[in-house]
Design a protein around this ligand. Structure first.
Ligand code: SAM
Length: 197
């Protein structure tokens, strides 16, 4: 079984967009307790542990909290992704210079104050995006969770500058009354980014 129901959100996104493929290098921000990792590891064939006839992928996950091991997956626990030292550690672990996919399901502990929570989550999303732009290859993909709010539109506009196409996804498995949604940005344009609108 999966460690958390959040697995079904990534499965739903995967079934619609075929984001993850064998051989990819994937960075996962906010991976505890590891349900997305359970979904992603076999799809990318992490560490070659899942299919001997497919290219070997690499999955590096990071979280503030501990994560139980998974075959083929590298977890950085007790690690605040917003810290440069943690990002340097991740980069040093990468088996190739640039990642194929950056995933972020990071979320702060919700305070219940919508504005504050939105703001805190947007900060995390920007941290993941900056990493994706700095360490993702041209053509790489980016998926992150956000909560609706004032800075959502500007964040989406930023994604649109740097990626060919941006989808707003509300997985079926995401509670319909929650403000949670996912932004999926495909095909990083790299330095040949679009001019700001
Ligand atoms: N996708 C995960 C899964 O399927 O198991 C669930 C992730 S949970 C919704 C959000 C996670 O983000 C929490 O485990 C939390 O500790 C982590 N998180 C929040 N802020 C973080 C930060 N600054 N650095 C790393 N992880 C963070």
């Amino acid at each position: 079984g999966y460690r958390a129901r959040s697995a079904f959100k990534l499965l739903d996104i995967q079934s619609r967009f075929r984001l993850l493929k064998p051989g990819q290098l994937v960075i996962e921000c906010g991976c505890a307790p590891g349900a997305w990792s359970q979904v992603a590891a076999p799809l990318i064939n992490a560490g070659g542990h899942y299919a001997s006839d497919r290219p070997n992928g690499q999955l590096i996950g990071c979280d503030l909290l501990p994560v139980s091991p998974l075959p083929g997956v590298t977890f950085l626990a007790g690690a605040d992704f917003t810290h440069d030292t943690v990002q340097t550690q991740i980069r040093d672990m990468m088996s190739s210079p640039a990642a194929d996919v950056v995933l972020s399901d990071m979320a702060p502990n919700a305070s219940g104050h919508g504005f504050h929570d939105h703001e805190a989550l947007i900060q995390l999303a920007y941290a993941a995006l900056k990493f994706g732009l700095a360490h993702g290859r041209v053509g790489s993909h980016f998926l992150c969770k956000i909560w609706s709010g004032a800075r959502e539109e500007a964040f989406i506009a930023n994604l649109q500058r740097f990626y060919r196409v941006v989808h707003t996804v509300k997985p079926k498995s995401s509670r319909s009354d929650s403000a949670e949604k996912f932004l999926l940005a495909l095909d990083c344009l790299g330095i040949k980014r679009k001019a700001p609108a």
